[in-house]
Design a protein around this ligand. Structure first.
Ligand SMILES: Cc1ncc(COP(=O)(O)O)c(C=O)c1O
Length: 425
């Protein structure tokens, strides 16, 4: 398992930001999500340092779908980031954490009328409009609204189909070539209320090739140039989305933030060459900020060897707290957190406790031979784990503990069985 800067070993036991995983397990129970707040702050600092330009204004939005909670909103607020929310629930959470509304961008391909009203009443900074119907509804409100339009730039990124968002059939955004875009822009031009500030695109997730982002930026800038001329627009903002890949398992590179500086320079070159009016560039990473900051501690239960010789190691969670392996074959690394110096000699398949054959967290992994009561630690579970967690089989969601400035504290409580029946009538 790859060690990130926040991990170390003491007396055979894995430490997460100087906290022993066995102590964390006995204090907070298992399964337990552990989020290293210091690591996230470090990522924010590095990103801000790389995504900065001497002429262009820049802004980094945290794509909060990766992990949404009051604690993380407070943390990114403290780091001076902006926020991408995608539902009334995420907006409500942001409000509850006193996140400044003037730094919130409201996304979503099917915002409900209630959600749009909620966002406008709250005074969010920008509505990122996904489609023509949404735009027409907002226009009908006769209320001044600043928007970005989400574009589908038609870039095929090398990533899993489920996390590609910009192929021609994607449900997100409007394609440049589509008639809807012309209608949408004409609607903005004719409207007394809608102020089209700029455009947004997001080409997918877990993308490691800088060239995909460069291609997307080039397509966006080319098209913005054409639209500016055609409609006499004053496009001042361009948001290139998130999707920057992170390390989850072998063969995946560690993201070098330097490419973001190159990307900005490339954009600025085009903007100044063609005299575009863009003044502000944005990105909205989710996993890049939080994925590697998270680990999940499980207690190992029973083991079993099948007739064909497969060794199953069962943990006290599974697809309910990490759906990504079942959903899109995501790969993770893990270790036996209380046996860190023992040789990895047994090939295991790590499976959860759910009543589903697909409830497998890791297919083949060499680990020290385990016994019931050992702790399995799965790394890089900070993004799209808690936020995608479910109650399948009526399994309560685990607690989330954040470690920051040497101190561990619960930021989301463990659910109880009574929580599970709270809404049953
Ligand atoms: C519009 C938008 N922005 C940003 C993100 C964040 O992606 P990632 O967490 O891969 O950076 C997503 C992810 O789905 C997205 O849809």
């Amino acid at each position: 398992m790859k060690f990130f800067s926040n991990m170390s070993i003491e007396n055979e036991t894995l430490q997460l930001n100087n906290h022993s995983i066995t102590d964390l397990a006995s204090t907070y129970g298992t399964p337990l999500y552990v989020i290293d707040g210091d690591y996230i702050k470090d990522q924010c600092k590095k990103l801000k340092h790389s995504f900065k330009h001497k002429t262009l204004e820049t802004e980094i939005l945290y794509a909060s779908k990766a992990f949404s909670s009051k604690a993380i909103y407070s943390l990114v607020e403290e780091m001076d980031l902006a926020l991408d929310v995608v539902s009334g629930g995420e907006l409500h959470t942001a409000k509850a954490s006193n996140f400044p509304m003037e730094r919130i961008y409201f996304h979503g391909n099917n915002k409900s009328i209630k959600e749009i009203d909620m966002a406008l009443n709250a005074g969010v900074h920008r509505i990122v409009v996904d489609n023509l119907m949404e735009l027409e509804y907002i226009n009908s409100l006769n209320q001044h609204v600043n928007i970005l339009i989400r574009i589908n730039p038609g870039i095929e990124a090398h990533t899993h189909e489920y996390i590609q968002t910009a192929n021609d059939d994607s449900k997100f955004g409007i394609s440049f070539e589509s008639y809807d875009l012309n209608k949408a822009i004409q609607c903005c031009v004719d409207s007394k209320y809608i102020n089209l500030k700029g455009f947004h695109c997001h080409i997918g997730s877990q993308i490691h090739e800088a060239s995909s982002f460069e291609k997307a930026a080039a397509v966006m800038l080319d098209q913005i140039k054409l639209l500016e001329h055609k409609y006499q627009l004053n496009v001042t903002e361009l948001n290139l989305g998130g999707g920057f890949g992170v390390y989850y398992s072998k063969d995946q590179p560690i993201t070098d933030f330097g490419f973001l500086t190159d990307l900005l320079n490339q954009c600025y070159g085009y903007i100044s060459k063609h005299n575009l009016k863009i003044k502000k560039m944005m990105i909205e990473p989710g996993r890049l900020l939080v994925a590697n900051a998270g680990s999940t501690i499980y207690e190992i239960g029973f083991t079993k060897t099948t007739l064909s010789g497969k060794n199953y190691l069962f943990v006290d969670g599974g697809m309910t707290d990490n759906i990504r392996p079942a959903l899109y074959q995501a790969e993770y690394e893990a270790c036996v957190g209380n046996k860190m110096t023992q040789p990895s000699q047994t090939l295991y398949t790590v499976a959860g406790k759910c009543c589903e054959s697909g409830d497998v967290l890791i297919k083949d992994i060499l680990l020290p031979t385990v016994k019931k009561g050992d702790f399995l630690v799965v790394a890089s579970t900070g993004a799209y784990n808690y936020s995608m967690a479910s109650h399948y089989n009526r399994i309560p969601k685990p607690a989330v503990v954040m470690i920051e400035n040497q101190t561990a504290r619960t930021v989301i409580k463990r659910e109880t069985y009574d929580d599970l029946i709270r809404f049953d009538c």
